[in-house]
Design a protein around this ligand. Structure first.
Ligand code: NIG
Ligand code: FE
Length: 393
């Protein structure tokens, strides 16, 4: 494989060895070989490579790891957003309008829309994305969504338990049977994870426990939509079930925070959802004091958070949740990797995937300091300079 050296990086945030919480190295270089990072060190000491790029003293960070997206869907809910901004509350019910549009869409249309959203995400620095099903809610459509998701990522999640399918609204027991039976059997070969929207208007704690247990039985690892609209007990359930991550965590009790801190379960925050639903932002202080691990994700979906931009989420987390810029940048890289139980992404170290983002900025802090500005200059994904999200081989 030809090697490539990126020289003259003013500030390299490795999330690994180096100065401070971002593992900074100054006047640094990175050498890429075969899709992996082969060397990290002082630019002056960089070994010869087949090609070289001059970073011009700019900052570089690992590609963002977006551990929570719903990027396979059809339809549009701008009118619902508009109504919310005039005072309507967000409810789980809006999901059903996306389900109707998604069921009616062809696989080619769904794939094209997903490609478009992932291209957009890549241009703002995302190089790893988890993708959920959950807008099909019948066996054939859930399978189709996972087929599309699998074309783009190995981090696929079966979310048949997003809400009860509209045609089974008065037969929720039968729907849980379907999700844990035939639908799970169809989804399992295409998914790594199982997720449940555990919330008022979706699934309660007992139903969620049953669905996650069935998923585990079928070889899928649990993660959860938890404590988004209420203090539902879902975060505690996630810890109990060994979930890799409990996501949203808009409302956490002190007991939830302590349980998270004592566990391997990551708390994943999605401040784009608080933005887009006008909910209060959760604060980070209690998690920081308790020593919990947290991540930030986009939750990119047409209802509650229609952004693919991790820099936007970082800026919100800093301004509205009390994170320092370093905490937010870690949460969007190495934190997202922890939420996916990955160590090969989210950091820049020898052997890690060469997923790199060169910023049009002298310091990573600019990601929060210059909100809304396109600061991503160049992206390498899997070792290759990329302007579009290559589907998997
Ligand atoms: O993460 N909470 C459940 N699912 C999505 C929203 C889905 C929708 O409104 O379409 C979320 O917020
Ligand atoms: Fe979500």
């Amino acid at each position: 494989m030809p090697t490539e050296a990126i020289l003259n990086i003013g500030v390299l945030a490795t999330m690994d060895e180096g100065e401070g919480p971002l593992g900074l190295r100054r006047d640094a270089a990175v050498v890429i070989d075969g899709g992996r990072v082969a060397w990290v060190g002082a630019s002056a000491d960089a070994p010869a490579a087949d090609t070289a790029v001059d970073a011009g003293g700019a900052a570089m960070i690992p590609g963002f790891v977006d551990s929570h997206t719903h990027t396979v869907f059809a339809g549009d809910r701008a009118a619902e957003f508009d109504a919310r901004m005039s005072g309507e509350p967000y409810t789980a019910g809006g999901i059903r309008s996306t389900v109707a549009a998604t069921r009616a869409a062809s696989e080619a249309e769904l794939a094209a829309r997903t490609q478009h959203l992932l291209d957009e995400a890549l241009r703002s620095g995302t190089t790893t994305a988890e993708i959920k099903s959950g807008y099909g809610l019948d066996v054939a459509t859930e399978r189709r969504l996972l087929e599309v998701a699998s074309r783009f990522t190995e981090e696929t999640t079966f979310l048949g338990a997003h809400v009860v399918a509209p045609e089974m609204a008065d037969r929720r027991g039968d729907y849980v049977d379907l999700v844990t039976g035939e639908m799970l059997a169809a989804a399992a070969p295409l998914a790594r994870w199982i997720d449940v929207f555990c919330e008022e208007g979706a699934f309660d704690v007992d139903e969620t426990r049953r669905i996650l247990a069935a998923g585990r039985e079928a070889g899928l690892a649990p993660r959860l939509h938890a404590n988004q609209l209420t203090m539902s007990g879902a975060a505690a359930l996630g810890v109990e079930m060994g979930a890799a991550s409990v996501d949203h965590c808009t409302f956490l009790s002190d007991e939830d925070v302590d349980a998270l801190a004592a566990s391997d379960t990551v708390a994943t925050f999605v401040p784009g959802a608080e933005f887009s639903t006008r909910q209060p932002y959760p604060r980070i202080e209690r998690l920081r004091d308790a020593g919990a691990t947290w991540a930030i994700a986009s939750d990119c979906n047409p209802g509650s958070s229609f952004t693919s931009s991790m820099p936007f989420c970082i800026a919100l987390a800093v301004r509205e949740m009390g994170m320092t810029p370093a905490e937010a940048i870690r949460a969007a890289t190495v934190g997202g990797a922890a939420a996916l139980r990955r160590t090969d992404v989210g950091r820049i170290a020898v052997g890690a995937r060469a997923d790199l983002v060169l910023l049009d900025a002298p310091d990573p802090v600019h990601l929060a300091y210059r909100p809304g500005v396109q600061l991503v200059d160049r992206v390498w994904r899997d070792g290759a300079a990329a302007t579009t999200w290559e589907p998997r081989a």
